[in-house]
Design a protein around this ligand. Structure first.
Ligand code: PAF
Length: 265
C-alpha cells in the first residue's frame, strides 16, 4: 500500500472509500467491498473540521494513525491518502449546502453537520476524481445526501456491519460503558419489531414500544420514512426505511433498516 499526502500523486478512476480514521470492522467491510470491485482502491483519512459543530467533539475525535495504516494495508487498500487541511480547504473553496434534508433528523441534532459533510465529499471527489465511491448504509441520511451531490461518481451503499447482538458497528461503541453496551441491543430489537410490523404506523409504534422497555435508552426519534426524500412513509410508500436515534449514557447511536415494500411483509 502506498501512502500519499497529495491527490496529485494518485491517478483518477479509482474506487474510493473516504474516512475520518479510527478504522474499525465497518471500514474494513467497505475496503473489502471496494477491493472486490477494483484493483485500484483509495482510502482517505481526513478529520473534517467543517462537520463538527462542537470544537470539543473535534478535539476528542479518536485518532489511531498507526493502527489505521495497518488496517487499511491488510484490507485491500492500494493507496492511502492523508491530505493536509490546505489541500482540502485552500483559501478559496466552494461550500455546499445540504438543503432541507440536512436540517432534519441527524441534521437537527448537529447544526451544520451535513453542510460540512457534503462540502468535504465534494472536495474529495473534485481532487481525486474517483470512478466509484463506497459509503456505509448505517449513515443513511449521509448516504442520501451524498448521492444527491455525487455528479458522475458512482455511489455504492455498503450493508451495515453488526455485532453478534445486532448493534451496528460504530466508532462510538467504544465509548459505551458495560451497562450501556448491554442495553444498546434495544436499537436492533426495535428495528426488527418495525420490520415485522404490518404497516408503517404499527412499525413506528412497535419501535417506540421496544425502546420503552430499556430505561437506559433515551430515544430521540423512531420513524419510518420514504427513502427518497425522508418524508414520513405511508402504507403506499414504495421504498420505506425505519430510522432510529437516541442516547445511552450520553453516547448518541443511530441505526436504520429497510422495510419491505410499503412497510408490508
Ligand atoms: O462518514 C464519515 O466518516 C464522514 O462523514 C465522511 C463521509 C468521511 C466525510 O468526512
Amino acid at each position: 500500500m502506498k501512502i500519499v499526502a497529495n491527490s496529485s500523486e494518485i491517478d483518477g478512476g479509482c474506487t474510493f472509500v473516504p474516512t475520518m480514521g479510527a478504522l474499525h470492522a465497518g471500514h474494513v467491510s467497505l475496503f473489502k467491498l471496494a477491493k472486490a470491485k477494483s484493483d485500484f482502491v483509495v482510502a482517505s483519512i481526513f478529520i473534517n473540521p467543517l462537520q463538527f459543530d462542537d470544537a470539543q467533539d473535534l478535539a476528542n475525535y479518536p485518532r489511531t494513525p498507526d493502527l489505521d495504516i495497518e488496517i487499511a494495508a491488510d484490507s485491500g487498500v492500494t493507496h492511502l491518502w492523508l491530505p493536509q487541511q490546505g489541500e482540502i480547504y485552500p483559501s478559496v473553496f466552494k461550500k455546499f449546502s445540504a438543503g432541507e434534508l440536512g436540517n432534519i433528523y441527524e441534521g437537527a441534532n448537529r447544526s451544520g453537520h451535513f453542510d460540512g459533510v457534503v462540502t468535504v465529499v465534494s472536495r474529495l471527489f473534485e481532487l481525486l476524481k474517483p470512478e466509484t465511491a463506497i459509503f456505509g448504509e448505517k449513515d443513511f441520511q449521509q448516504l442520501t445526501l451524498i448521492r444527491a451531490i455525487a455528479k458522475g461518481v458512482k455511489i455504492i451503499a455498503a450493508p451495515t456491519v453488526r455485532e453478534a447482538d445486532g448493534l451496528a458497528v460504530s466508532s462510538r461503541n467504544v465509548r459505551l460503558d458495560e451497562d450501556s453496551r448491554a442495553a444498546a441491543s434495544v436499537i436492533y430489537k426495535a428495528l426488527i419489531a418495525a420490520e415485522i410490523s404490518l404497516n408503517a404506523q404499527e412499525a413506528r409504534s412497535q419501535m417506540r414500544k421496544a425502546c420503552a422497555t430499556q430505561p437506559l435508552f433515551n430515544l430521540d426519534y423512531a420513524e419510518v420514512i420514504d427513502e427518497d426524500d425522508f418524508s414520513i412513509a405511508t402504507d403506499s410508500t414504495l421504498n420505506s426505511r425505519a430510522i432510529i436515534a437516541g442516547w445511552l449514557n450520553g453516547v448518541r447511536l443511530i441505526d436504520n433498516m429497510q422495510m419491505k415494500t410499503g412497510g408490508l411483509r
